[in-house]
Design a binder for this molecule. Structure first.
Ligand code: 5AD
Ligand code: SF4
Length: 442
């Protein structure tokens, strides 16, 4: 049996896609392996969001040449966003890549692999307006058997000025809710206790026709009602579409986790307009206030970009100011990276010097570090229900899990086992982790 080794870079969506890819290939008679040396095919599922993500993949592809020198039958394919963006150009630039396959063409992988086995090269990069892979039961790769991703929609058509995703993942389309609920129920029955519903902009999830549509709040409700012991998370929310209705559904269901990822990108209205984000700082703060009103114990996390086109010191200060106001529990912080094909690439200069971008990013990181530590220090003394996930990376005597707010708690293992819910009291913290002890360790 020919074997496939899958390596995944980038966002949660890519990790979910790799599980669909694994399922398609397994169905076509290929074996999956986690031992690279055993593989006949290495599939690299890639990210194109920033240049450094692409450079990492190119570096990895070049590094694999040595392995191909030793194992002559080893073929490499590049999948996902970078494949879509660069298409067959990638095979010209990286000669050891035998095939490229975009995010909507994974059903064609068995044919492509067959072609590659005959010594040919192959490229499938057509985007679709309908493909959601909804009939494919993903193979859970390297999972912990406790928490899993479920992709509920694909693509994005928000066209934020800096972002390549609408070009690499195509038009927005939602998946049949029945198949989503079925997948979640199957996971629960197999012992999973947490699902994360994934999409580039989950709030615009919409399925059906005219008077019979299912929107995101209803979908959340249906998944939450499978069983109170199944935790439900979701990512990502676009602030322009975060509705009170969703917050009300969350408030009604304790098993919908108290954590909302709400990417802000900038704290300056001028930048938000230029970025085509379709909201203002005032709107964003109103949404944050709505979250706090409906869900007082909800954590809020974000994404931010430093040094977008024409960003002044004043714009940057507005971002810092917004961070001080919202007091995020976690933030993914990036330097602006110009992407070919985007609106910004066509119309806006990448005019902030690298050192300035870096300095601004570092200022945001430093501020966010202080905020996270302060937020966590308020947690000391509180008790949380934690879904135990596994052994702590630091010590075999300790386990870790997350609370509903998605904060990681580490504690002495006692009689706790992975996959169970346990009460943990927070006794100390760092900016990234809460340290605690089991409350009922009998
Ligand atoms: N440069 C830097 N960061 C970007 N992101 C998207 N495009 C770019 C870019 N060109 C960030 C945004 C988005 C996250 C997934 O990646 O913050 O929310
Ligand atoms: Fe990119 Fe904006 Fe779509 Fe997010 S919402 S994927 S940042 S275009």
């Amino acid at each position: 049996m020919e074997k496939v080794y899958i390596e995944t870079y980038g966002c949660q969506m890519n990790f979910a896609d790799s599980e669909v890819i694994a399922s398609i290939l397994q169905g076509a008679g290929y074996g999956l392996t986690t031992e690279i040396e055993e593989a006949n095919f290495i599939l690299i599922n890639t990210c194109a969001i920033r240049d450094n993500a692409e450079q990492r993949v190119r570096h990895r592809v070049r590094e694999l040449r040595a392995l191909q020198g030793r194992l002559h039958q080893l073929r490499i394919g590049v999948l996902g966003c970078m494949a879509e963006r660069l298409q067959s150009r990638l095979m010209t630039e990286e000669e050891n890549v035998s095939f490229v396959c975009g995010p909507d063409a994974y059903r064609r992988l068995p044919e492509m692999l067959a072609q590659v086995r005959k010594g040919q090269r192959a490229a499938e990069v057509e985007l679709s307006t309908t493909e959601t892979y909804d009939d494919i039961e993903p193979v859970r790769l390297a999972g912990n058997g406790i928490s899993a991703y479920i992709s509920i929609m694909r693509g994005c058509q928000n066209y934020c000025a800096y972002c390549v995703v609408p070009y690499t993942r195509g038009r927005e389309r939602s998946r049949d809710p029945e198949t989503i609920v079925r997948e979640a129920r199957n996971l629960f029955e197999q012992g999973y206790r947490e699902v994360t519903l994934l999409g580039q902009n989950v709030n615009s999830y919409s399925w059906g026709v005219q008077d019979c549509t299912v929107g995101f709040p209803e979908l959340m409700e249906q998944v939450a009602e499978i069983d109170p012991r199944l935790r439900v998370r979701f990512a990502t929310s676009h602030p322009k579409d975060l509705s009170d209705e969703l917050l009300e559904v969350m408030a009604r269901h304790d098993n919908i986790c108290r954590c909302i990822h709400l990417p802000v990108q900038s704290g300056s209205n001028k930048m938000l307009k230029l970025m085509n984000r379709k909201y203002t700082v005032e709107w964003y703060l109103d949404r944050v206030a709505a979250i706090r009103r409906h869900l007082p114990d909800c954590s809020i996390t974000t994404d931010v970009i430093a040094g977008f086109s024409t960003e002044t010191e004043e714009d940057h200060q507005s971002t810092l100011e917004l961070f001080r106001k919202v007091r995020y529990d976690y933030a993914y912080m990036f330097m602006y990276s110009l992407r070919e094909g985007t609106y910004a690439w066509k119309h806006l200069a990448d005019d902030i010097p690298e050192e300035v971008k870096k300095r601004r990013l570092n200022e945001i990181i430093a501020l966010q570090g202080e905020i996270a530590l302060k937020n966590n220090s308020h947690e000391v003394g509180r008790e949380y229900e934690v879904l135990v996930e596994g052994e702590s990376h630091r010590s075999r005597q300790q386990l870790f899990g997350r609370n509903s707010q998605n904060k990681v708690l580490v504690f002495d293992r006692g009689n706790a086992v992975p996959g169970s819910y346990r009460k943990v009291k927070v006794t100390a913290c760092t900016a990234a982790t809460l340290i605690g002890e089991l409350v009922d360790n009998k």
